[in-house]
Design a protein around this ligand. Structure first.
Ligand code: ACO
Length: 427
């Protein structure tokens, strides 16, 4: 096989080296194009542009394959603990018992919040969206932990990592509890990472907390499924902010803001709101299918379609099954689950969706599970952020250890040519 691709321009031919990934994916290294030809490459939305070489997550969108560090997502979601997966993503290997215990102990050491940061949370209006609050508080962690900002060596990186792994669940639980009007309390650190998150979130002030293994297991699974997804919008944001050496907490805060959008992680909120609106409108799924296909209508079938998956999102398969199990186990009948299944069945046989390869994505069913657990719609994306945390950390760490250059795309300028300033009184 050729080791180069050839680009011809203005009677000049240049050879561009091919880069081969461990799953035989091929890329063209275009770094020399500008120096050799003065051309830049233009690819809005980075639809066909690789920003890095990464050893963390493998995704084959045509076949519907997703692996973290070589392990199938199905295998991890069925057998692993979220903290094991976090360790795997960040450090590259599944931990042994001793490594896992040390990781958990180090995280627990950091699982508290400065009381002044708590005051900031308390001063947000109760109508504030939890994602905006979480992003602000994560950014504020930078001010409260200055030694974790400009980290260069692995030891300092590790300290910053366990800090954010310890503090973000507390912030998530508190953001949720503030919205629900519940007191802001800490968890029980004798519990495991996920079990403690469930306790911090769901404990009521007027009764003894009793863990629900169904909820704990579902939460563990959802967090694993959300843990990484290679160079998506929020992860690319984390890497690009981190590339300026802005620090881990600022990078994660930017990632949370990127995740918030309804075209990305915010879709889980948008899906349940859409399903609820369809239910309240009489449950006519066909009417909404027609709206989704009508180009003059801005309505989209939320939770459908994906930039990379042109096949079933493997996470959606797992989550759909989990939604059935969790609702059954909790004895909840949620009519929006039936509406979701009806929409899915219709979309899978509709030529519009089939031709465009639009399948349910990770967000189509996840909100239904969160809702069954008692999590408010606006907090769904906060749960996604909590799950994505280890992925963002792993990608940030890889980028820093690889000493990647600052992210700085180019553009083709299409504005005015040079013109002279006209004073205000002459305009
Ligand atoms: N409903 C109806 N039509 C859709 C949908 C949808 N959900 N998604 C894509 N299409 C159509 C587009 O209108 C377009 O049609 P055209 O070729 O006739 O113009 C075609 O399918 C391709 O869509 P694009 O928007 O060009 O695809 P892109 O890769 O840019 O966008 C995205 C992917 C943003 C996920 C899109 O499918 C979408 O908006 N989905 C709904 C929001 C959503 O669920 N987001 C969560 C994604 S998963 C995650 O980020 C965690």
């Amino acid at each position: 096989m050729a080791k180069f691709a050839t680009l011809s321009f203005n009677d000049k031919s240049i050879e561009l080296p091919l880069i081969e990934g461990s799953e035989n994916e091929l890329g063209v290294d275009i770094k020399s194009i500008r120096t050799e030809t003065n051309l830049i490459t233009l690819d809005p939305g980075f639809k066909n542009t690789g920003s890095c070489q990464s050893a963390i997550t493998f995704l084959d969108g045509e076949k519907g394959v997703l692996r973290y560090r070589g392990y199938d997502i199905e295998d991890l979601a069925t057998n692993a603990d979220f903290l094991e997966v976090a360790f795997l993503l960040i450090f590259g290997e599944l931990p042994n018992q001793e490594q896992l215990e040390k990781f958990l102990t180090d995280i627990k050491e950091e699982s508290y919040i400065d009381e002044d940061l708590k005051k900031i949370l308390e001063s947000f209006p109760s109508a504030a969206h939890p994602m905006g609050v979480l992003s602000s508080l994560t950014s504020a962690l930078t001010a409260f932990n200055p030694t974790s900002v400009n980290v260069e060596i692995e030891e300092d990186m590790y300290k910053a990592i366990v800090r954010i792994m310890g503090k973000l669940p507390v912030l998530v639980a508190w953001v949720f509890r503030k919205k629900a009007g519940l007191p802001l309390k800490y968890g029980d650190y004798s519990l495991g990472y996920v079990e403690n998150i469930a306790r911090m979130m769901f404990r009521k002030p007027n009764k003894e907390y009793v863990a629900n293994p169904v909820v704990d297991a579902a939460l563990n699974k959802l967090l694993i499924l959300h843990a990484d997804h290679e160079q998506n919008c929020s992860t690319s944001t984390v890497r690009i902010v981190g590339s300026s050496h802005a620090g881990l907490f600022a990078s994660i805060s930017a990632g949370i803001s990127a995740l918030w959008g309804p075209l990305h992680g915010g879709a889980n909120q948008a899906v349940v709101e859409m399903l609820e609106a369809i239910r309240q409108d009489g449950g006519d799924t066909k009417k909404y299918m027609e709206k989704a296909k009508d180009k003059s209508d801005s309505f989209r079938l939320m939770g459908f379609g994906h930039r990379v998956y042109k096949n079933f999102d493997p996470r959606a398969r797992i989550i759909k099954k989990a939604a059935d199990e969790v609702l059954n186990d909790l004895g909840i009948v949620d009519p929006v689950l039936d509406i979701a299944k009806e929409l899915e069945a219709e979309a899978l046989r509709d030529p519009y969706f089939v031709e465009r390869k639009l399948y349910p994505n990770v967000d189509f069913y996840s909100g239904i599970i969160y809702r069954a657990m008692g999590i408010s719609t606006e907090t769904f994306t906060v749960m996604f952020a909590l799950g994505r945390l280890p992925g963002w950390i792993a990608q940030w760490r890889e980028m820093r250890l690889n000493k990647e250059p600052i992210g700085r795309p180019r553009q083709i300028y299409i504005g005015e040519n040079k013109r002279s300033f006209v004073p205000l009184n002459k305009r």
